[in-house]
Design a binder for this molecule. Sequence first.
Ligand SMILES: *[C@@H]1O[C@H](CO)[C@@H](O)[C@H](O)[C@H]1NC(C)=O
Ligand SMILES: *[C@@H]1O[C@H](CO)[C@@H](O)[C@H](O)[C@H]1NC(C)=O
Ligand SMILES: *[C@@H]1O[C@H](CO)[C@@H](O)[C@H](O)[C@H]1NC(C)=O
Ligand SMILES: *[C@@H]1O[C@H](CO)[C@@H](O)[C@H](O)[C@H]1NC(C)=O
Length: 483
Amino acid sequence: MRLFATTVSILFLLVNDSVATSVLSEPAPTNKSNIPDPGGEDWGYLDVRPGAHMFYWLYTSTAASDPTTLPIVIWLQGGPGAGGSGHGNFKGMGPLDLELKPRNTSWVHHVNILYLDNPVGAGYSYVDDLKDLANNATGIALDLVSFMKLFYEKYPDFKETPVYCFSQSYGGKMAAHFGLEMANAMKAGEIESNFKGVALGSAWISPIDSTTSWAPYLLQAGLVDTSRFKMIDKYAAKCRTLVEKGEWKRATRCWSNTEVLITILTHKVDFYNIMYKTSPTLGKSDLQTDDEDEEDNEVQTRAFDFNFRSDDENGLSINDLMNGPVFDKLSATLHHLNHWSDQSADVFKANWVDFMKPAVDIVEKLLEETNLTVAVDNGQLDLICNTPAQLIWAENMKWSNVSDWIRAPRNAFTVNGFTEGFVKRYGRFSFWWVNRAGHSIPYDNPLGSIVMMRDIVGLPREENAGITEEYLAESKKILDKIF
Ligand SMILES: *[C@@H]1O[C@H](CO)[C@@H](O)[C@H](O)[C@H]1NC(C)=O
Ligand SMILES: *[C@@H]1O[C@H](CO)[C@@H](O)[C@H](O)[C@H]1NC(C)=O
Ligand SMILES: *[C@@H]1O[C@H](CO)[C@@H](O)[C@H](O)[C@H]1NC(C)=O
Ligand SMILES: *[C@@H]1O[C@H](CO)[C@@H](O)[C@H](O)[C@H]1NC(C)=O
C-alpha cells in the first residue's frame, strides 16, 4: 500500500487563543535589570551559536508587583519548526488572542511567560546558513542551554526565579532533552539557574507508540470500521519494524504515510482534536506516489492545508497576523527577515532522521539522575499524540518509583465544580489527563490548563479549583461496601 504518498511534513503543534490591539505597544519601561514591569513585555534575539539567532518574547506577569517573585514558564512549540512566538502566544495562552483582543485566560495572569522560537530556524529565529540548523534533540537542547546563559546575562534579576519548561508535541521531546542538559549544566556549575522542571504536553516522547495507537484510537472513537482499522494498523506495524531496525529515515517516511492513509480513510479527521469539524477535501500535494527509495528528505509544507483547522474560522490566520500587525510591531528587531512561517520546512527536514527517535530514556534520566519535576499532560481528544500511547511508555518506564506511581490514586481536578481532568502523581512525576482538550491543551481547555499549570509550578490553587482527594475517599467507602 503505497498509494499515498509522502512527503508530508507534519506538524504538530498547535496552539491557541486571545488578546487586544492596545497591546501592540512599546515595551514597558524597566526597573530591575531590564525586566519589564508587570504586564509588560520584551523581545529580541540572543545568538546561541555563531550564525544561530534565537528569537524570544518575554511577557511579565500581571499577578505580582515584582515579576521575579513569580515563576517563568518557557513555552516550546512543536513541529519541529513551529514558533512559540506565534502559535503558543496568539493561538495559545499569551496575553492577546488572534484578533489581538485581551485573553483573560492567559497564563500571564499567573506567571511570566517566555516564548521561544525554537529551534533556531523556527518562527522569527534564523540561521545565517542552513547548515547551522540543529539536526537532533541534543543539539537543540544545547542551544537552549546556551540561550538561558545569555538570558540571565540580559536579565540577571531572574537568576533565582523558578523556571519551568512547558511544551507541546515535538516541543515535549525537546523539553525533555532541554531539562536534562540544564540539569547537567547546573550540576557542572556552568550555569546559575533555578530551573525546576519540565511539563511534557501532548508530547512526542515515544513516536512509535503514538503511531501504532492511531488505529485503535480511531476504531474506538467510531472514525473507522474494522477493515479500515486493519489497513492502518498493518501500515503502522511496518513503521514499528523500521524503528526496531533503526531505519530512522524510512521510519519518518512511514509515519508520514500512515498519517496520509488515515486522513483519507477518515475523510480528514483532525489529528489535533478529533471533535473539530473538517471537510473532506484533500490538499493538492497529498496524492503523489511514494517511492521508498526516493530521497526521504523532501519535505513539503502541505500539512497545514491538510491537518489543520483553518484559522480563518476565527478571523486572521496566524501567518497573516505574524506577517502583518505583529511583524510591523517588531519590525525594528526583525528588519532582516522576509516573513514568519508557521512551520519551517528547513527545520523539519534537518531533523528528519531524528524525528522518530524516542526520548523515553531521557525522561527516565530526568527522574533518576536529576532533581527536576516531570509532568506529562495530555488532552483526551488528541489523536496525533493520543493519551493511550502516553500511558504505554509512562507505565513501562524504567525508574525506581514506577510501580508506586502506577498504584498511586488518580484524583480528579475541577474548576467551578466541573471535572476538567485527572492527575496521578508520585514523587517528582505527575501525569495529567485533561478533559475536552485535544493537542493544544491551553486552547481547548483554558481553565483546566490553568489549574494544572499552577499546580505544576507550585502556585496555590485558586478558590474555584480543586483536586478532589475527598471525593476519592468518599467513593472508596462506597466501593468497599459494594465489592
Ligand atoms: C473572561 O471573559 C469571559 C467572557 O467575557 C467572562 O465570562 C469571564 O467571566 C472572564 N473571566 C475572568 C476571570 O475575568
Ligand atoms: C547531534 O547534534 C550535535 C550538536 O549539533 C552534534 O554534535 C552531534 O554530532 C549530533 N548527533 C548526531 C547523531 O547527529
Ligand atoms: C539533588 O538535590 C540534593 C539535595 O539538595 C543534592 O544533594 C543533589 O546533589 C542534587 N542532585 C542533583 C543530580 O542535582
Ligand atoms: C521516589 O520515591 C521516594 C520515596 O517516596 C522519593 O523520595 C523520591 O523523590 C522519588 N523519586 C522520584 C523521581 O520521584
